[in-house]
Design a protein around this ligand. Structure first.
Ligand SMILES: Nc1nc2c(ncn2[C@@H]2O[C@H](COP(=O)(O)OP(=O)(O)O)[C@@H](O)[C@H]2O)c(=O)[nH]1
Ligand SMILES: [Mg+2]
Length: 305
């Protein structure tokens, strides 16, 4: 494969508490895109990423590993990290190599201590963020309470771009709030359908919240919005999403289950459509909180405090 241009590359680091399903998410992405023929699983030592004997024995990721995923002409580099206490230093180092951190949260346990530590690190580094609520197929998994807990802990910028269809063991697909459609993963492929009637109200409420958050990325639209309660058009929403994510005005929240591979294709699609690409001419976040700007010749031009 020829080297892709930087616009076609996405470097995403998977972070969060151990057990949330980071490695399983990378495995599901590899599988739904056809990079692997069998879904790798960590609980039985059959993972492509947790292959080290120590990881098989402990049943969790010890050192960061890279899963390059070629998809639709893009190259998505997923960096899978450890969420265990002893290995957070390695995880923080891996975060510096990515333009985006995808936080994986266990729907039953909610945000946990190491997730919050890593969140603070991302905040300090000005690393753009997204969230994937996983394990939604499990008994007692409750999307609304997990979502509420995340907003409480990480702020109002968190907004759902997918919501679940069905609860715990009856979970069977997601509603894509950006495209307003239902997405089901059935027999190895994705089926796109209309939103079921009993989910229309919840989908519209999530859509309104999404538009509110994303409008913040454009002053003119925000004024229009405040003046006349005008809705964003589909085009306006799509054109502002990437900007709102890159400016950290909006933190997209996805939901799904890596074990039954629901909600995975939507994340991949949004990664290539809205997540930031490596950009040599944009600000590069530094560990000390300053921004280093690079001029057209690739030289460090100035520090902005
Ligand atoms: N029921 C259910 N189990 C999951 C899901 N995702 C991961 N698991 C299980 O949760 C455990 C931890 O997953 P893993 O990917 O190793 O978590 P990590 O430490 O964040 O990388 C494993 O036993 C997985 O099989 C899910 O969506 N649903
Ligand atoms: Mg892992």
């Amino acid at each position: 494969m020829a080297a892709p241009s930087t616009e076609q590359v996405r470097n995403i680091v998977l972070v969060g508490q151990d057990g949330a399903g980071k490695t399983s998410l990378a495995e599901a992405m590899l599988h739904v895109t056809g990079k692997t023929t069998r879904l790798g699983t960590t609980h039985d030592g059959k993972s492509n990423l947790d292959y080290d004997p120590e990881e098989i024995k402990r049943q969790f990721t010890v050192s960061a590993s890279l899963a390059p995923i070629p998809w639709k002409g893009f190259k998505i580099n997923m960096l899978d990290t450890s969420g265990a206490d002893d290995f957070l230093g390695d995880t923080i180092a891996a975060m510096e190599a990515a333009e985006m951190a995808l936080f994986v949260i266990d729907a039953v346990a909610g945000p946990q201590i190491n997730t919050t530590k890593l969140w603070q690190e991302a905040e300090r580094e000005r690393l753009c963020r997204a969230i994937f609520i996983n394990h939604i197929d499990r008994e007692n998994a409750d999307f609304d309470s997990a979502f509420e807990a995340l907003v409480k802990q990480y702020g109002q910028r968190v907004g759902a771009v997918t919501i679940p269809i069905g609860v715990d063991k009856g979970f069977k697909g997601v509603i894509d709030i950006i495209r307003m459609q239902a997405r089901y993963h059935i027999d190895g492929a994705e089926n796109i359908e209309e939103i079921p009637a009993d989910y229309l109200e919840a989908a519209q409420a999530a859509r309104d919240k999404l538009c509110d958050l994303v409008a913040e990325a454009d002053d003119d639209l925000m004024m229009k919005y405040l003046d006349g309660e005008e809705q964003l058009t589909q085009e306006e929403l799509e054109s502002l999403l990437g900007k709102a994510i890159a400016q950290e005005l909006f933190i997209p929240l996805f939901v799904g289950s890596t074990l039954i591979e629901q909600g995975i294709e939507g994340v991949l699609e949004d990664i290539i459509t809205y997540f930031p690409a490596p950009d040599a001419h944009g600000p590069i976040p530094l560990t000390n909180g300053e921004d280093l700007h690079i001029d057209e010749n690739g030289e460090a031009a100035c520090f902005v405090f």
